[in-house]
Design a protein around this ligand. Sequence first.
Ligand SMILES: NC(=O)C1=CN([C@@H]2O[C@H](COP(=O)(O)OP(=O)(O)OC[C@H]3O[C@@H](n4cnc5c(N)ncnc54)[C@H](OP(=O)(O)O)[C@@H]3O)[C@@H](O)[C@H]2O)C=CC1
Ligand SMILES: CC(=O)N[C@@H](CCC(=O)OP(=O)(O)O)C(=O)O
Length: 345
Amino acid sequence: MDVAIIGGTGYGAVELLRFLHNHPHVEVKKVISHSNSGTDLAEVYPHVVDIIDMEMAELDVDTLAEEVELVFFATPSNVSKNVIPALVDKGVRCIDLSGDFRLRDGEKYQAYYGEEIAPREYIEKAVYGLPEINKQAIKQTSILANPGCYPTATTLGLMPAFDKDLVDRSSVIIDAKTGVSGAGRSLSLNVHFSEMNENFKAYNIGVHKHIPEIEQILTDRANKDIQVIFTPHIVPMTRGIMSTIYVDMKDNYSTKQLIDTYQTYYQDHPFVRVRKEGVLPSTREVYGSNYCDIGLYADERTGKLIIVSVIDNLVKGASGQAIQNMNIMYGWEEKTGLDQLPIYP
Ligand SMILES: NC(=O)C1=CN([C@@H]2O[C@H](COP(=O)(O)OP(=O)(O)OC[C@H]3O[C@@H](n4cnc5c(N)ncnc54)[C@H](OP(=O)(O)O)[C@@H]3O)[C@@H](O)[C@H]2O)C=CC1
Ligand SMILES: CC(=O)N[C@@H](CCC(=O)OP(=O)(O)O)C(=O)O
């Protein structure tokens, strides 16, 4: 199947290329770049030289619709909402790594993304692509809203406890940390080496755009309005997210009981690994892979469940999950092209 990637010089795009290179059913026919059309991909990314020989192109919706069946958007927010409707009308399926089609509430989109939401009929067509909870709907969709990185790590960590009614759903506190590649490739003072090296900072408390996304997923699952406290931090590493979640348990469960429940819940989901008692995951253990690893500790003293959930932000948090979703959309085995060990050390 022929596919295209838009946002060619960004990290999401180049990570898509890395995985799609080994995908048996897909050929990347076109890479679109608004800043570098006409430039060879290998000039921007020398690590692909003599492997991917491709000149990046300008976006032309009509040509694209004739050339490919599926388009990945690895663009900043407020870009895909202006292009996806035209592609979908021409019969092209789209997977959007940005947040444009994730929220259903137009007011919240305006508040957190600073612009009007995509047209309602396209928002209604879109499916939120977290395969571990939404596989059936993903199969059919023409607009796949790939989840944000923090919402992926966080909701996978919380879902079994929520669905099995083991916790007080109004008591969720999320303390999350990300590596700097989460901010993308464009330059900013915030992620400048000397600002970030040997530093660790909290940011966007109360205003991060993943707050409404996490709350939307949890509200859907709980069938009642859920609010969370979410504090993101940036740490001096390239890849990785760790979401540490604190929530009140409804009863005095043991760590072992909770681990058993989580392992059963995720037994048919190849990319979620629940650790055994006493073993907590680290970001290095999922580096470069599509795994989400979860560790649990039931603090019987305070009645809190502490969940540690890690992913690679560029893989399960973005491009890997996008390919997992594509595999489901086309009826291919979920792990196709993604079945590799994390890079260690
Ligand atoms: N990095 C991460 O860990 C994650 C990223 N995401 C989301 O995925 C998307 C891509 O992220 P990422 O690759 O990291 O970001 P980058 O900033 O690295 O890349 C985005 C690319 O989009 C293109 N672009 C920039 N501005 C515009 C514009 N106005 N119109 C069209 N294209 C534009 C540029 O490529 P070019 O000039 O070549 O077109 C740019 O390199 C974002 O929405 C991001 O929030 C989601 C989860 C995790
Ligand atoms: C370090 C850093 O800035 N990380 C980004 C990661 C979020 C991201 O990529 O968000 P979307 O997938 O929702 O677009 C942030 O906190 O905004």
